[in-house]
Structure formats: structure tokens, C-alpha cells
Write a new protein. Structure first.
Length: 178
């Protein structure tokens, strides 16, 4: 009987430990997705969208812009796309736009990705890595940059973005007076 009680107590302790470890890992992952506050002019960037139309980042002055650098093969990029789409749907009427800049994938792969994920925000093609290597000088994917209405880059993320972090850090920029 005593061995049964000790076994039950041991299993309870193990289960509790696993619960707290998993909770701590989740909290740490959220902390890793916190943006860095920066302040630099938005770079000049002109690329072609999925409709083969030339687009320029400067054309979005007056809006809050989240530039997301991503690739179809990138697991965290795929994981964050539904979150980005939902946030865009909620805030686009308030002068917010996401520009998803694909980092070098074949056009057919990007078009299939856009279709599969039902993306409605602008998607630009970057076959020569202009955005990552020259404009933003960032090799990690996904990476995101938030540009305010005046054209100043205010926030930078490396890694996947959570909805909570978008609401906490980007929504206040969107809600600032225009």
C-alpha cells in the first residue's frame, strides 16, 4: 500500500513538473517574439507584386505598414501567416497594411502559397533578395518591420509574430491620430 501511495505521489510530481516546464517554454517563446523598438527612415523599396505590377514602399506613406519578409519553405513563416491575415482583416480599415515580401521563391510557389493561405494583403516578389540584403539588411526569416504613418520604422521582429504581440505593439500605432 505504501509503495502505491509513493508511486502515485511520484507520478503527480512528474505531471506537475511537466506542466510547469511546458508553461515556462510557452512563456519564453512569447518573450522571444517581442519586437525591438527602432527608429530609422523606411528604406526605399520597389518590387513587383504577384500581378507583375511594380510597387513601392513609399506609396504607402500615411498608412501603418508591416513589412513581413518570408519564404514558402520557412516553417515559422507558414505558422504566422494566419495570424497576420486575421490582424490585417481587423485593422485594414484603419489605415493598416501588411506587405509580405517573398524572399526568392519561384513565382508559382508563391502564388500557390497565397491561394492556400487565402492571403488578401499585398504580396511582393523578391527574386534577387533586395529587401533582405539591401533594404532591411536582414537574413533571418521571418522578419517584420513596422513603419508608422510618417515613414519611420518603429518596430522590428525576428521570428514569428503572435496575435498578442501585434495587438500590444502595433495596434497603438494604428490608432494614433492620422
Amino acid at each position: 500500500m505504501l509503495s502505491f501511495i509513493l508511486l502515485a505521489l511520484g507520478l503527480t510530481l512528474i505531471a506537475s513538473s511537466v506542466f510547469f516546464i511546458l508553461r515556462e517554454v510557452t512563456l519564453q517563446n512569447d518573450l522571444l517574439a517581442v519586437p525591438v523598438q527602432v527608429s530609422f527612415p523606411a528604406p526605399e523599396l520597389t518590387l513587383t507584386d504577384t500581378q507583375s505590377v511594380s510597387q513601392s514602399l513609399g506609396d504607402y506613406r500615411g498608412e501603418v505598414v508591416l513589412v513581413n519578409l518570408w519564404a514558402t519553405w520557412c516553417a515559422p513563416c507558414r505558422e504566422e501567416m494566419p495570424t497576420l491575415q486575421a490582424f490585417y482583416d481587423k485593422h485594414r480599415k484603419n489605415g493598416f497594411v501588411i506587405i509580405a515580401v517573398n524572399d526568392g521563391d519561384p513565382t508559382a510557389d508563391v502564388l500557390q502559397f497565397v491561394k492556400d493561405y487565402k492571403l488578401t494583403f499585398p504580396v511582393w516578389l523578391d527574386p534577387t533578395y533586395v529587401a533582405t540584403q539591401q533594404a532591411f539588411k536582414m537574413l533571418n526569416l521571418p522578419s517584420s518591420f513596422v513603419i508608422d504613418r510618417r515613414g519611420t520604422t518603429q518596430l522590428m521582429w525576428v521570428g514569428g509574430i503572435s496575435r498578442a504581440m501585434l495587438e500590444k505593439h502595433v495596434t497603438p500605432l494604428i490608432m494614433e491620430k492620422q
